[in-house]
Ligand binder design. Structure first.
Ligand code: ACO
Length: 427
């Protein structure tokens, strides 16, 4: 690949270029400021790669997503979530013995220290689960001071396993506290998804057997959320990690980043939007019209994506799963009909077509979570549970790379020039 050349005034600089394994080209502007006195300006990092990554590959134009080279279609169809967690973190699919030993290691860490319970009780029981999860994840670091060194690979490994093992317990316990039910302890005879559903939905007074339809659907949803390149939350995790903050603090930052409605919080926002349309009886054409109206802040939640300019491949799988799960459970949800109709109208509307706005991962996932019995404000913590292995993989990739530098973007200062202090009487 030939170098790139940049000219400005009488200066010229040759910049090296690199090609990724799928043919993407990057121009390395690392010397631009020292050699030419300029920085690049890239709002929202639409064109900026911070570094190299081997974790996931996205082709937004063709609607492709792969983890470590494997298509998410195949993984969602055939793998378990812990198999994918292993793949993302260690780079290869585990063999039978590796998977058994990984699953056993995760299972050994599912319990929370008893005193962690008090943490949930310190929150009002109306607290949003994302706030609780971020705080509890941060707090976990204080229980394991010997395993926090970001430069110690064994410490990072055990902390990563603890996070994957304990996050379902933290989520389920925060829910149990919010509904005034007793905490349900992990059942290490169950697989990851079944154990989580049991901790969420069982009560000591009754027997509970996880429904395989729900367990399989949850496994698939967690896999589909497991990684997505340098998105807002993964970038937050990497940015915090670049300062050598411990992995718990970095993941807590990712959870906060994910909570926003333009990112992971969109799954809650979609369901609330569909519920609003159902309750008001507003017709779909009017909803779509409002989404196009620039003077109205309303946007079609679950539509559009910075990278996908085609159908989000995850949305395609989740849409089919939503129909299958509702069928299998014998549930007739009017919100699914509204979602299907909204999609149909939007995809044939010039505004959405011109801007390449398609349903994203969040558009149909909430319909499945709702059928499973999750309250709407828990949808984003389910996204966080799925995304956790990806955050850990991204953090570990950065920590293991000797060329990593602390993230420190430049800025274009457009504020006041130097001025004299004015005493308060004269202002
Ligand atoms: N409804 C209506 N119009 C939209 C929508 C939408 N959902 N999304 C984008 N547009 C329009 C914008 O108004 C803009 O129009 P313009 O060119 O006339 O100004 C154009 O499409 C491009 O949109 P941007 O906001 O510039 O795109 P950006 O890449 O910055 O944002 C985002 C992407 C945040 C996902 C956006 O599409 C959005 O807000 N979608 C709704 C929220 C959502 O579903 N978020 C989840 C994303 S997936 C994830 O994070 C897991």
């Amino acid at each position: 690949m030939p170098d790139a050349v940049i000219r400005h005034g009488d200066k010229e600089l040759t910049l090296p270029t690199y090609v990724g394994t799928e043919g993407e080209t990057a121009v390395d502007i690392g010397k631009l400021r020292t050699e030419m006195g300029m920085v690049t300006l890239d709002k929202g990092f639409g064109n900026t790669a911070e570094g190299h990554s081997t974790v996931s590959y996205i082709d937004g134009e063709s609607g492709i997503l792969r983890y470590r080279g494997y298509s998410i279609e195949q993984l969602a169809e055939s793998a378990t979530f812990l198999e994918v967690a292993y793949l993302l973190q260690y780079g290869e699919l585990p063999n039978k013995a590796e998977l058994e030993s990984y699953v056993e290691a995760i299972t050994l860490h599912t319990l929370l220290r008893e005193d962690v319970k008090h943490l949930f009780e310190a929150f009002p029981n109306t607290a949003h689960p994302m706030q609780i999860l971020a705080s509890a994840t941060s707090a976990l670091a204080t229980y394991y001071p010997d395993a926090l060194d970001p430069l110690d690979a064994d410490a990072v490994d055990i902390s990563s396993r603890r996070l994957i093992a304990k996050t379902p317990t933290m989520i389920a316990w925060s829910y149990k506290y919010s509904v005034h039910q007793p905490y349900v302890y992990p059942d290490n005879d169950l697989d990851y998804s079944s154990n989580f559903l049991k901790m969420m939905f069982s009560v000591p007074a009754e027997d509970y057997a996880p429904d395989p339809v729900l367990t399989n659907a949850l496994n698939m949803l967690l896999i589909l959320h497991a990684d997505h390149g340098q998105n807002c939350s993964a970038s937050a995790v990497r940015l915090v990690g670049s300062g050598h903050a411990n992995i718990f603090s970095s993941v807590a930052a990712g959870i906060h980043a994910l909570s926003g409605p333009l990112h992971g919080g969109a799954n809650q926002a979609v369901l609330e939007m569909l519920e609003g349309i159902y309750a008001s009886g507003e017709d779909i054409d009017t909803v779509v019209k409002r989404a196009k109206d620039k003077s109205d802040p309303f946007r079609l939640m679950g539509f559009g994506h910075r990278v996908y300019k085609n159908f989000d491949p995850r949305a395609r799988i989740i849409k089919k799963a939503a129909e299958d799960v509702l069928d299998a459970l014998g549930v007739d949800d009017p919100l699914l009909d509204i979602a299907l109709r909204l999609e149909e109208v939007a995809l044939s509307d010039e505004y959405f077509v011109e801007r390449n706005l398609y349903p994203n991962v969040d558009f149909y996932s909430g319909i499945i979570y709702r059928a499973m019995g999750f309250p709407t404000d828990m949808f984003t913590v389910l996204f966080a549970l799925g995304r956790l292995p990806g955050w850990l993989a991204q953090w570990r990739e950065l920590a293991a790379d000797p060329s990593t530098r602390i993230f420190r973007p430049r800025q274009l200062y457009t504020g006041e020039p130097l001025r004299d202090y004015v005493s308060i009487e004269d202002r």
